[in-house]
Design a protein around this ligand. Sequence first.
Ligand code: SAH
Length: 394
Amino acid sequence: MNYKKITLRRGKEESLKRFHPWVFSGAIATADDSIEEGDLVSVFAADGRHIGNGHFQVGSIMVRILSWGDTAIDDDFYAERLAQAWRVRKALGLMRPDNNSFRLVHGEGDFLPGLVVDVYGNTAVIQAHSPGMHFARKSIAQALVNLPDGVIKNVYYKSETTLPYKAHLDPENQYLIGAFDSDVAIENGLRFHVDWLRGQKTGFFVDQRENRALLERYSAGRRVLNMFCYTGGFSFYAMRGGAQLVHSVDSSGKAVSLTERNVELNYPGDERHKAFAQDAFDYLDTMPAGAYNLIILDPPAFAKHKSALKNALIGYRRLNAKAFSKIESGGVLFTFSCSQAVNKEQFRLAVFSAAAQSRRKVRILHQLTQPADHPINIYHPEGEYLKGLVLYVE
Ligand code: SAH
């Protein structure tokens, strides 16, 4: 292809030979002068061998490789990659009358670095994380409505907060195709409002679907605390599972009202549920010991970058220590980390330290991760970000 050219330093093609799709700034020897943020580029090894084509970006990751060969990155390319992603989601059985929300594109996990697409009923919500994907948004939107089965009719673009601020792209959140139809989506038979216009991320955290279903199985007769509830996902599963009471807590008043609306949608007037807008640490400090025997801790990413790792691990330890010190004996704790910079072992060590500090007897019942619609590209292990432990606390 006649894309602008990037040549690597000698020996810097090693990780690319193993199909890892990122080119770091330090690996680049020369780049065409005219290259601009979001451009398509061709990457060459020092010996002149062509490696692949991808999107250029200013930052520590400078190229995200989209094709390992000289394929054109055009409308047909996006149509083909999205059709592959669609086939995988069909194979996963996620399109059913009782489930119409799922992640269709998970960045590198679907060989489309920089792109996330979540589907809620007939609406797809696109998030671009790279300028290249921002420029490709119209082509992606068209490919989405052309997918088989005619499921996707509306495409909403929501990248105001995900694109690099310095790129000055002024992305406007808007419908690229279609318009608002319904904001109610279904997950495992439970309904929820998705606020893709104003909500966090694409409006709902579809990545906890299977972990919520597991929680439902533990809920019968329990007193449940859903900490960091956001839209209340875990809460209405706990209610369906027969919980005695469910308290949802989030520091954001908006999240608390979303939770209340969602509980109302599934269990109108059910007095088992209450929601509180309060800081997690304050709530855990002041609640009476033994008030709950099923606690969910699903905080936001404490480490957004490697530099924040140490403080993040301290944060996870402190948070979990509070839960260990207060949960009733015989209680079950679902605890999560969605920080990509924290690996499974580090998270487990933080939780281990918290347990030891509380001197409780703790068993690991389940080790949880992200569901199959958030696949991990085997050559890009960084794509594994969600970690969870289910613990039995005596
Ligand atoms: N469990 C949710 C997702 C949680 S996202 C689900 O299943 O969908 C993290 C949430 O933590 C956000 O809603 C955010 O508002 C909330 N949050 C962030 N800091 C907090 C704090 N200090 N105390 C309580 N909630 C907090």
